[in-house]
Design a protein around this ligand. Structure first.
Ligand code: GLU
Length: 502
């Protein structure tokens, strides 16, 4: 089933807007996107917002922004429209009611008038007897005509799917093969709630059919109700899509799923499972895609660097893996480094810019273009560009005098060497790598000190940091006048240190 042989796939990402877009959701969307693009089909965003109590303000927008940031442009969706809309389930109430009625009329579903109190009582009794908790079927036995009359008079009701009591149901997952369940172990699930809104089970089946979805990628938390979904399609006389329940993501230790508390701890270490956070932490969408693509899929046992275009070309359903995958942030850092180093310079310059702005600096494009190549090898996240190179835009540096003293040298020795370096710089008509490096290296030779000591003093004087981009390139960007100004200030600080004055 290699890509080119597959019919154009119609695949949907169907999140509920109940929280942040996380890595698990992003991976589902990525696989949807890859299959759609590879087969020349369509990638659809459908917002599953029928559970009004769990809605989170702004979550839908965050999902859309997150997908766009990841580069997973969808062809149809709430904000872009499409021929199968609306793409928000809350706007499709009547459509679901139509099919719920059809199921009732064909004897595959029934109206249930039991009150929540009664249901709670049933539940407690079953629990007491250590029975499988399920609806006891009271309304299943009602005469359908009478039940329909009650509904017509406005009696409060839900719609339940009528599970067959005998036999078994087999559904097929592309990754896991056939899954068979005894029907007596299945409940009469509610498919339309008393507010008239359909529940996921019915809404997703109806939408997948009407939207002509060919493949459903979703989380394996839907495996327990998977037979129900197969039965709903069959009861309505519809062909089922190909089902793929993806592997679970485990916390970094590999033990169990991520919890809220662990997410908070992660943030302290500069990591997160939420896409929005990864963006502000300075990760590249390319790295996120590369990393999560490999959490449930592999190409071979050697290749690990993939652009989104590579993934579109190489993705295949056969190489999906159902085993749980532990979230490995070390691997993620590694991918981020690889992708940062593969960016074109102007692209890197553009991407680091907002991180400087975020920290109150005013970076100019010309300087950013000069900085990008000298930091590209050294940063692990875009955010680190600011720690590393923020001084370029800080309008001067103010190291403390003590920080200018080189390790292993006295203040006087440090002052003397800084003075000699300053003299060399002053003798140059222009400070750039070619002109400054040879005489300063010669100074190291003659002084008998190490390059680390001599250049350490200069680095602190010029950048205000112990770690910085390469010194000579940095001086070239800062320019002769400023370099000399900063070196002079450093010499003065060092000479005035009590230890140096003695
Ligand atoms: N709304 C469901 C969820 O967020 C979607 C599952 C599916 O893709 O069918 O889990």
């Amino acid at each position: 089933m290699s890509g080119s042989l597959l019919k154009p796939a119609r695949v949907r990402f169907a999140p509920s807007p109940t929280g942040h877009l996380h890595l698990g959701g992003a991976r589902t969307a990525l696989y949807d996107y890859l299959l759609a693009r590879q087969t020349g089909g369509q990638f659809i965003l459908r917002i599953e917002d029928t559970d009004r109590k769990r809605l989170v303000e702004g979550a839908e927008q965050e999902i859309m922004d997150g997908l766009r940031w990841l580069g997973l442009e969808y062809d149809e969706g709430p904000d872009v429209g499409g021929p199968f809309g609306p793409y928000r389930q809350s706007e499709r109430k009547e459509i679901y009611q139509h099919y719920a009625r059809q199921l009732v009329e064909s004897g595959h579903a029934y109206y249930c008038f039991c009150s929540p109190d009664r249901l709670e009582q049933v539940r407690q009794e079953q629990q007491k007897k250590k029975e499988f908790v399920h609806y006891d079927g009271t309304c299943r036995k009602l005469d359908p005509d009478e039940a329909a009359r009650w509904v017509a008079t406005g009696e409060k009701h839900v719609v339940r799917f009528k599970m067959p009591k005998e036999g078994s149901t087999t559904v097929t997952d592309l990754l896991r093969g056939d899954i068979t369940i005894e029907n007596r172990n299945l409940d009469d699930y509610i498919i339309v709630k008393s507010d008239g809104l359909a529940l996921y089970h019915l809404a997703a089946a109806v939408d997948d059919h009407l939207m002509q979805i060919t493949h459903v990628f979703r989380g394996s938390e839907w495996l327990p109700t998977f037979p129900l979904h197969g039965l709903i399609h069959r009861s309505l006389g519809w062909e089922e899509p190909a089902w793929v329940h993806l592997s679970v993501f485990l916390k970094p230790s590999g033990k169990g799923k991520m919890s809220k508390r662990e997410q908070a701890d992660l943030m302290k270490d500069g990591y997160s499972i939420f896409v929005k956070d990864l963006q502000s932490l300075g990760y590249l969408p390319e790295a996120v895609n590369n990393w999560i693509a490999l959490m449930g899929w592999s190409y071979d046992d050697r290749t690990e660097f993939f652009s989104l275009a590579d993934l579109v070309e190489k993705f295949s359903l056969e190489k999906l893996n159902p085993s749980p995958a532990a979230i490995n942030f070390t691997k993620f850092d590694h991918f981020n480094g690889l992708h940062i180093r593969s960016l074109a310079i102007d692209d890197l310059a553009k991407r680091i810019k907002p991180f400087f702005v975020e920290r109150g600096l005013e970076p100019d494009d010309e300087t950013l273009l000069k900085i990008a190549p000298i930091i590209q090898e050294h940063i692990g996240t875009l955010d680190e560009a600011v720690d590393f190179a923020g001084f370029f835009f800080a309008g001067g540096v103010t190291p403390a005098a003590e920080q200018l003293v080189a390790k292993g040298l006295s203040a006087a020795q440090s002052a003397e060497i800084a003075e000699r370096a300053l003299a060399i710089l002053e003798s140059l008509p222009d400070v750039c790598v070619e002109t400054a490096e040879p005489p300063l290296r010669q100074l190291v030779e003659e002084s008998g000190y190490s390059a680390g000591q001599v250049f350490g003093i200069m680095r602190m004087a010029i950048t205000g940091q112990r770690v910085s981009p390469p010194l000579f390139e940095t001086m070239e960007i800062i320019g002769r006048a400023d370099v000399i100004f900063r070196m002079k200030a450093a010499v003065e600080l060092l000479t005035n240190l009590p230890a140096a004055a003695e």
